[in-house]
Design a protein. Structure first.
Length: 233
């Protein structure tokens, strides 16, 4: 298990490392002291956990969080800081932070609990993704398309059956289509409605669509839908 420990204070790094290795002897803790260290660490392969301070000489914890999530979206991040505020904590949690702890003498012993919780949530998310992939594969075998779209109507995710129905080889192909009718039909959350949708290369296809609106952990609202071809035009 590879852990990045990002903190300017050498004494704090010693205390954090001591608590981590006491409870998780198999962790490989890599200390990050400067921008160059972080850059090299992000190029060095998968990271299983990041513990970061908020106020750093060369950046701050929110920027670290964004860079970690940009490189490793599923990597859990714990912020352990003595300079944060409630506003910072809220902004960080919306950006995908797993836990937030105030750096105080009495709180060092709580850090392993936060780390264990972050590992547990990460494993739960991985299991959920695996179940979702199996479900999507099953629907694809049955010829049922599955998609997710943002508030502007752009398709963010789609299974193979959905791409095939729209004549697309990839998500990039869908950017050429006006799929507002499809997304609106799913957003209405009706049991099912038949709509005509354009296909890549021309023509339209009639899809029976159902779905609804879901809210992500960061507050983003997405439209999830399922669609099955009825009659191609």
């Amino acid at each position: 298990m590879r852990v990045l420990l990002i903190d300017d204070n050498p004494d704090d790094r010693v205390l954090i490392r001591r608590e981590l290795t006491r409870h998780f002897p198999d962790l490989e803790v890599e200390e990050i002291r400067a921008e160059l260290d972080l850059r090299r660490a992000l190029q060095g392969g998968a990271v299983d956990l990041v513990i970061t301070d908020f106020e750093l000489r060369w950046t701050n914890g929110i920027e670290v969080l964004q860079r970690i999530k940009g490189r490793f979206p599923e990597c859990p991040v714990v912020m352990f800081t003595g300079t944060g505020t409630q506003e910072i904590a809220v902004a960080a949690m919306k950006a995908g932070l797993d836990d937030y702890l105030i750096k105080a003498a009495a709180h060092y012993v709580r850090l392993p609990v936060a780390v264990e919780g972050a590992f547990g949530r990460s494993a739960a998310r991985a299991r959920a993704r695996q179940r979702q992939r199996r479900f999507d594969d099953m629907l694809g075998t049955l010829g049922v398309g599955v998609f997710r779209a943002d508030a502007e109507g752009r398709i963010r995710e789609a299974n193979g059956a959905m791409l095939s129905a729209l004549g697309a080889a990839s998500l990039d192909d869908l950017a050429t289509l006006d799929l507002g009718t499809l997304v609106n039909a799913a957003r209405d959350a009706k049991p099912a409605s038949a709509v005509f949708v354009p296909r890549v290369g021309g023509g339209r296809i009639e899809l029976r669509v159902s779905g609804g609106v879901v809210e992500e952990a960061d507050g983003t609202r997405l439209v999830e839908g399922v669609a099955r071809p009825t009659l191609e035009r």
